[in-house]
Ligand binder design. Sequence first.
Ligand code: ADP
Ligand code: MG
Length: 235
Amino acid sequence: GPRPAPALTARGLRARYGSFTALDGVDLDLPPGRITAVVGPNGAGKSTLFHCLAGTLRPARGVVRFDGRDITRLPAHARTRLGIARTFQQLAVFPTLTVADNVRVGAEQGRVSDPGAVERTLRLLRLDGPLRALPAAGLPTGTLRRVELARALAGSPRVLLLDEPAAGLDTEEVAALTRVLKALAADGTALLVVEHDLDLVADLADDVHVMAAGRIVASGPPGRVLDAFGTAAGP
Ligand code: ADP
Ligand code: MG
């Protein structure tokens, strides 16, 4: 059937660091219920695009809209409140807080403050056992990534932005992450995954955009786009 109207859209995004142009006119749609992936070599501008969507970088030009509303000038915390949640490439959990309290903070910062959402999210990410009472400091990377994802989800976001969510995860953890992200999309969340693991993208994404030197140079379903770029990722 026809695709739903995008929850988050970017049009004509340009971004600079000093005189260096890191984004050079990028358009992107993140529709509800779909997993959109952005791939490309190091330095292509993936994280810069991510920051413009999350509100941690102001583009020099272009517009970001959420449900049609211009949010280009809205700071990151206000976007989170609207329902645009994110995770960080460098993990960002509160080390002295317990796992459950980290997730509670996420619920308080989110779109709706629903105490039930904390428990649901802890269960979804298998953090509801003894792990919930442990301080985040010292937990293994795979567990911290789950805590971070739980923190982002506890506010019931409508858009979820993930920068390299599989970094540092083993095969089993990647498979578990894939299941969770597909379930979120099936529930209607719009997902963006910035990722250089092309096997994961092939398995996960509905739509793939390839970036190079600050531009989107190819877009389409993963089988077609990833094959066209001569990668090992199968259809
Ligand atoms: P990717 O995430 O695709 O690896 P980035 O968006 O991080 O790419 O970076 C795009 C380009 O912008 C790179 O050439 C990078 O060196 C440069 N860049 C990124 N962040 C900064 C910064 N804070 N200051 C200066 N240059 C930056
Ligand atoms: Mg990056």
